[in-house]
Design a binder for this molecule. Structure first.
Ligand SMILES: Cc1ncc(COP(=O)(O)O)c(C=O)c1O
Length: 395
């Protein structure tokens, strides 16, 4: 095949960015299950791991040129998925066995003494508590005094944030971090490309739970860190070899297969969520059970315009496919999911199936009247009708 032209859109890249890594003539990527790979048969071609790392460090080799050796380091299918994610997200993507193992790898890489972190996925807090217990890492609130930050420390910002889908200004936190020679890590799971590009607004490292939109079918666990710096990529991959958290073959294959249709899924899911939020926001007087709707698109309507101006810039296509609602009381929050037909009562998000979760089920820190809704690919009007009839059962 001829080389790929420059400036392809995500829709083309998700299908072709890994074409040059195909080692067979199969059109659909094969699943490779081998854990070990033969060294070159010609002794003159043998390069030790040390040779390869020196060549990587010198920029003489890219990760894609490295032969596979052992699948804890690299293997063909995860490398292909990394090639696609690198193009979609716009950097060097390193895959992990889950979103949390990606976050853990970021913390091992930066090894911060202080971490600023806000609300958000409770699992990232769980990892920080382990680091606090073992290493004395200090955990501070997102808006703690910037003077606390030392060079090499980390601000970890999740935006839009789990579970509400509310957005935070990446530029603001990038400035605070960089003024103190600290780093900004963005968990962008709730608004993957093309919804938001954290690098454009100053992120040093972008993280996603690939279990969500990149996987998209609620059938695999994966995580990804993305860096603009090839040297950081080299270190992350070397570290990953020792912590043993590469995405396994089958999971990588499922992910690669899912990525082929990714841009269409995220577009439909985000458009649908924005339309559903708009409908219930505009018609909230008709649904007394509904006390509040949380989503970045509602922030734009409700909050001080100067404060939320960043949202239109950083989420130009609208908010992501997850939003939350608060209902009148805990009993309603508990029972409402059983009144819907198209929303499974389950945790997680990002799959083709719409989900609703009484969030207290999995996050002990959250208010007990909150329901999180993840919009799938079903018809928007059907989803509005389903939620409306569920809300109406409490009139
Ligand atoms: C925002 C966010 N970050 C990270 C994670 C962790 O990802 P994983 O479940 O793939 O480990 C999740 C999981 O729900 C999440 O919602």
């Amino acid at each position: 095949m001829s080389p790929l032209p420059e400036n392809l859109s995500i829709a083309s890249l998700q299908v072709h960015a890994d074409d040059d890594l195909a080692v067979t003539s199969d059109v659909a990527a094969p699943l490779h299950v081998s854990t070990t790979f033969r060294y070159p048969s010609n002794p003159a071609d043998l390069q030790t791991a040390g040779d390869l790392f020196s060549a990587l460090d010198a920029g003489e080799l890219s990760h894609n040129d490295i032969p596979h050796i052992y699948s804890r380091y690299t293997q063909p299918v995860s490398s292909r998925a990394e090639a696609v994610l690198s193009k979609i997200i716009g950097g060097h993507a390193v895959l992990y066995s889950s979103g949390l193992s990606a976050f853990h790898a970021a913390m091992i890489y930066y090894n911060p003494k202080n971490v600023f972190i806000g609300d958000g996925y409770h699992g990232c807090h769980g990892i920080l508590h382990i680091l606090e217990r073992n290493n004395g890492t200090k955990i501070h609130s997102l808006d703690a005094d910037p003077e606390i930050l030392q060079p090499g420390d980390v601000i970890h910002l999740e935006t839009p944030v789990n579970p509400t889908g509310l957005a935070f200004d990446i530029t603001h936190y990038a400035k605070i971090a960089h003024d103190r020679k600290a780093f900004l890590v963005i968990d962008a799971t709730f608004a993957p490309p093309p919804l938001q590009d954290p690098f454009k607004w100053g992120a040093d490292l972008v993280m996603h739970s690939a279990t969500k939109y990149f996987g998209g079918h609620s059938d695999l666990l994966a995580g990804v860190l993305v860096t603009k710096d090839p040297k950081v990529e080299t270190t992350l991959k070397a570290d990953r070899n020792y912590i043993g958290t590469i995405t396994a073959s089958l999971e990588s294959w499922l992910l690669l297969r899912s990525l082929r249709t990714y841009s269409y899924r995220i577009k439909i899911q985000a458009e649908s969520a924005n339309a559903i939020v708009k409908y219930f926001y505009e018609n909230r007087a008709k649904f007394p059970v509904l006390k509040k709707i949380y989503h970045s698109s509602v922030q734009v309507l409700d909050e001080d315009q100067e404060k939320v101006a960043f949202i239109k810039e950083q989420l130009p296509l609208g908010g992501g496919p997850v939003f939350s609602i608060e209902v009148a009381d805990e009993e309603i929050a508990k029972t409402l999911p059983s009144k819907t037909s198209l929303f499974h009562h389950a945790t997680s998000l990002g799959g083709v199936e719409s989900l609703i979760e009484w969030r207290a089920m999995s996050d002990p820190t959250i208010q007990r009247t909150l329901l999180r809704i993840s919009v799938g690919v079903e018809d928007t009007q059907d989803l509005i009708n389903d939620l409306s009839q569920a809300f109406n059962q409490y009139n």
